[in-house]
Ligand binder design. Structure first.
Ligand code: HEM
Length: 485
């Protein structure tokens, strides 16, 4: 049905057609204000006709937006197959409801050569000049979801030993609770997604066997589900139908994994994951929390003012086909004498103290592996500041990726850690100067979050190295290059 919005002008009468829904008359109560608004221009003095007309036009547009939002919501709720429009997927889902979507998987380019012979990618994500807090995300080429390099075996050794020794303190999948689905289906989906991707991207490392294509749930391009995956360098095969999916997933790659599930309140909950080498935070402290609580409880600088809103919007709207990457960095003092984990990849003991130490009820406790607590009374709160030699300081950077899984709608967050001794970094053209500038640019809250006081002595050393590079003819453009390089 068409309704003409009548506006009188000095020149005569114009009519603008608007479509009303078929059942508009049965919704008269909620919508009669629109019709009323549309008639306003007729009662206004001629000098204000246009003003009235514009107001009426605005009212009708608002009304149409409400109607289209209602109808697409109803469509998703009642769908038992794929919702029809990208709008449904992007903006108009009821919170916590996900209808599995067919997804055209991208073609993955096989990596030529032996990826385990590659040096870790030298991410140097610090900037010259002012410090800005932003989400810092950029789009991720599908080929780059998971990276392998020469550190693979070292990571595998540390990660497996931590999973075996620490159990559900580093790996957990939470059951459903009111308002949030279980993390288990997403963990199973993630394992299959990884296996599908990895054997295509790194055929020299992974090989798979499959079930028949008849009852395929997870297979890409219509293939049967993967049954087993063999990791050549580890000389191990994993059966995807048996065992803990997250444990297998963790053995396949170098990344930590966090599975975020949308709750009925629209927030994203950390419902499953493996955190074997975060170094400074523990899965056991964060699992089950919504995204904002994870960050607020960690005192992430300017989270409320600069990040919370954009992050929650980003998560809710994240489409299947637009994965993203972000990088971060900090520094770590390492005083370890361990030969097993000399760079404190698993846990930054030199900076954070005993990994088993927790604070609760204003007291400190050591939590044993069996969960029992022993109160700690003899901790020295203000130990003498220790001299820091540049050789003890490492840059710790993370490469994080985010992508949404098509069947469960979960968002998977991967975290890959790279550690490089500062004494190595200063050999790179432009790096010591840019790094010193970045550290100087941290506002107080950022400096506190990054524990600058533990290693700020290196700034003088970085300046010296920079001056030396300049004296040796450094190309100044190298210093001011922005990241990503
Ligand atoms: C767009 C997505 C995200 C953004 C922009 C973001 C941003 C940040 C920022 C700025 C920090 C401070 C350290 C740094 O500079 O990286 C941080 C820390 C952290 N983030 Fe995120 N984050 C995101 C997603 C996630 C997800 C999905 C998780 C799920 C587990 C997570 C868990 C953490 C944790 C545990 C910390 C450390 C907090 C602490 O120190 O206790 N983040 N995040």
């Amino acid at each position: 049905m068409y309704v003409y919005l009548i506006t009188s002008t000095d020149d005569g009468i114009d009519g603008l057609p608007f479509t009303l829904p078929r059942n508009w008359s049965s919704r008269a109560n909620s919508e009669s204000w629109v019709l009323f608004t549309m008639s306003i221009p007729q009662f206004l003095p001629s000098s204000q006709y246009w003003l009235g007309a514009l107001f009426a036009l605005g009212a009708v547009l608002v009304y149409r937006r409400i109607v289209s939002s209602r109808s697409s919501r109803t469509k998703v709720e009642s769908a038992n197959s794929v919702p029809s429009s990208p709008i449904d997927q992007k903006y108009e889902r009821p919170f916590g409801a996900w209808v599995p979507k067919p997804f055209d998987y991208p073609t993955i380019t096989p990596c030529s050569g032996d990826p385990l012979a590659l040096k870790p990618i030298p991410y140097r994500p610090f900037r010259w000049g002012d410090y800005h807090v932003t989400m810092g995300i950029r789009s991720m080429p599908w080929d780059d979801w998971i990276e392998l390099d020469s550190e693979f075996m070292h990571f595998a050794k540390i990660r497996e030993s931590r999973m075996n020794a620490r159990g559900d303190r580093v790996l957990r999948s939470l059951p459903a609770r009111p308002g949030v689905e279980s993390g288990a289906p997403a963990a199973a989906e993630l394992l299959h997604e990884l296996a599908e991707y990895l054997h295509r991207r790194y055929p020299s490392v992974y090989t798979v066997t499959r079930h028949s294509a008849k009852n395929s749930t997870y297979g890409w391009y219509g293939e049967g589900d993967i049954k087993t995956i063999t990791v050549g360098p580890l000389n191990r095969s994993f059966n995807l139908d048996e065992g803990e999916p997250l444990k297998i997933a963790t053995m396949l790659i170098q990344e930590d994994l966090a599975i975020m599930i949308e709750g009925e309140d629209g927030r994203y909950y950390f419902q499953a994951g493996t955190v074997c080498n975060a170094g400074t935070w523990r899965l056991e402290d964060k699992i089950g929390m919504p995204l904002e609580e994870i960050h607020i409880s960690g005192d992430v600088p300017r989270f409320k003012s600069k990040l919370e809103l954009s992050m929650s919007r980003f998560f809710r709207r994240m489409p299947l086909d637009k994965p993203v990457i972000r990088n971060n960095y900090t520094f770590q003092v390492v005083r370890s004498s361990s030969t097993f984990d000399p760079s404190e990849l698993g846990w930054a003991t030199s900076m954070k103290g005993d990994e088993n130490l927790i604070e609760s009820d204003g007291k400190r406790w050591l939590r044993d592996i069996d969960g029992s607590l022993t109160e700690v009374t003899n901790l020295n709160d203000s130990p003498e500041p220790k001299e820091v030699d540049p050789s003890m300081v490492w840059m710790r950077t993370e490469r994080q990726t985010l992508r949404r899984l098509p069947r469960t709608g979960a968002i998977v967050f991967t975290i890959r850690v790279y550690q490089t001794p500062v004494v190595e970094l200063v050999k790179e053209p432009g790096v010591p100067g840019r790094m010193a500038s970045a550290i100087r640019s941290w506002p107080e809250d950022v400096a506190a979050y990054k524990a600058k006081s533990a290693y700020e002595g290196i700034v003088g050393y970085l300046d010296e190295c920079h001056a030396k590079q300049v004296a040796e003819g450094l190309n100044i453009e190298e210093v001011t290059k922005p990241f990503p390089l």
